[in-house]
Ligand binder design. Structure first.
Ligand code: SF4
Length: 448
């Protein structure tokens, strides 16, 4: 049985020394109880506490890292069944399938360069291809090896999709220092690949025809010395797969069987878009998708973003002074909040005017303008403080700041807080009215 926060607290030193990064032992104990922290962060925990907390303090689903360096991806470590219970922790990795058969060296390089460099910004998040799943080419093992090495050299995490034990060994050996994921063919004999993964100290995918068999296969791999395991769920069709995915998550969270406490691996074939959607929505941790095409990946990235944002934290952009176009000292200075949707609406409307502007994005803790104001996070004092921190005065000579119409009430306080020489202009309430405002009002006052 997992221990409660108070039970864990009684086992900690209770010195509130903060070495774990928390202000009190109790706060740290609560995080441990929720499976969101590791006991290792408390250097003063006694052996008795370590023994008692061992299983209870680890997340019910083990974290597994694939790759090394800045693009390494960690999956697993989830603690809830539904996102609204708390949040999902690790968004699933989306790996592009690479079959290098028939590709020239130049074509292989071009494809991997494109995948490495693909970046799409959306609502404050950067969408990227998380890794490459390199398929072994039966009969030509050197083709797969070359492709795996080329992907790893670009810093991309690699999953080795093996067809044979020999091919798997050839590919995984070459890039073992980059910590590839070894994915044997489905239902491959136990032991063969587990020994290879244990020897190379790399993560391994295990599979079976049913859930008891899957849990047993994971236990066998653990006993063979494999530390990091992903489960490939059984499921001949979407209905069966749905059942497997939910049963694995439930079994892991309830700690029904230790063999289920691992992240989930899912292969998606060409034309199996629904399977990818099901996997992202229902607990798959690492998906292999057929190649790369924005028409398929973009909706999947967007779906993942919507599911894997923390419902307790509004989407935020970094506060700061942004340039729309190439503004100069006479360009308008507008203020908004750092709630992502507000920022993107304002920025989009300003861009559409074709007028270069300075956009001061105030730290309103991710709340929209009106909500932030009613919570005391968009007061005149606070906006002035943010503008000073951004050194806005050095960027404009007109000393005029345009605030959202919804918070016209702060104009006097803001003017006082900014001090001599500043004036506050009340802008429109809706972002969609910015274009006529800038055209009519800003041009008319000739501040620029
Ligand atoms: S490091 Fe340990 S003793 Fe110090 S505050 Fe954290 S839990 Fe308490």
């Amino acid at each position: 049985m997992p221990l409660t926060g108070l039970q864990i607290f009684k086992l900690l030193p209770n010195t509130n020394c903060r070495k774990c990064g928390y202000a009190t032992c109790l706060a740290f104990a609560m995080k441990l109880a929720a499976g969101r922290e590791a006991l290792e962060k408390c250097p003063d925990a006694s052996e008795e506490a370590r023994a008692a907390l061992g299983a209870a303090s680890s997340p019910p689903i083990r974290g597994v890292t694939v790759g090394r360096g800045p693009r390494a991806i960690t999956v697993g470590e989830e603690t809830v069944f539904f996102r609204h219970e708390k949040t999902f922790v690790r968004r699933p990795g989306l790996f592009a399938l690479l079959d290098a058969k028939g590709l020239s060296a130049a074509e292989l390089d071009a494809r991997l360069d494109q995948w490495r460099d693909t970046r799409i910004e959306r609502a404050g998040e950067t969408f990227q291809i998380d890794g490459v799943a390199v398929a072994e080419v039966p009969g030509s093992p050197e083709v797969g090896v070359k492709a795996a090495v080329a992907a790893a050299e670009r810093g991309l995490p690699v999953a080795v999709l093996a067809a044979t034990a020999e091919g798997a060994a050839a590919m995984a050996e070459k890039i073992k220092d980059q910590r590839p994921l070894l994915a044997p063919p489905a239902h491959a004999p136990d032991g063969l690949y587990a020994n290879l993964a244990a020897r190379l100290a790399i993560p391994l995918v295990v599979s079976a025809r049913d859930l008891p068999g899957l849990a047993a296969a994971a236990m066998a791999a653990t006993h063979a010395g494999v530390a990091d395991i992903l489960l490939e769920p059984p499921g001949a069709d979407l209905r069966a797969l749905h059942h497997s995915l939910t049963a694995i998550r439930r079994g892991a969270l309830d700690r029904i069987h230790p063999g289920l406490g691992h992240p989930v691996f899912l292969r998606v074939g060409a034309g199996e878009f629904e399977k990818a959607v099901l996997g992202i929505a229902k607990f798959a941790s690492l998906l292999v998708l057929p190649g790369y095409g924005g028409e398929n990946w973009l909706p999947l990235w967007t779906l993942r973003q919507n599911i894997y944002t923390d419902p307790q934290k509004p989407l935020q952009v970094q506060p700061g002074l942004y340039s729309i176009g190439e503004p100069h000292a006479g360009s308008p200075l507008l203020v908004t909040s750092n709630f992502s949707l507000t920022y993107f609406m304002v920025a989009t409307e300003v861009e559409a005017t074709g007028l270069a502007c300075h956009l001061a994005v105030v730290d309103a803790e991710g709340l929209s303008v009106l909500t932030a104001w009613s919570a005391g996070k968009f007061s005149g004092e606070r906006v002035a403080k943010n503008l000073r921190q951004m050194e806005a005065a050095a960027r404009v000579k007109h000393r005029t700041v345009i605030i959202p119409g919804y918070v016209s009430v702060i104009s006097g306080e803001l003017e006082d807080a900014l001090g001599e020489g500043w004036r506050v202009l009340v802008g429109p309430q809706e972002a969609s009215d910015l274009a006529p405002f800038l055209k009519d009002v800003w041009s008319a006052i000739g501040a620029g």
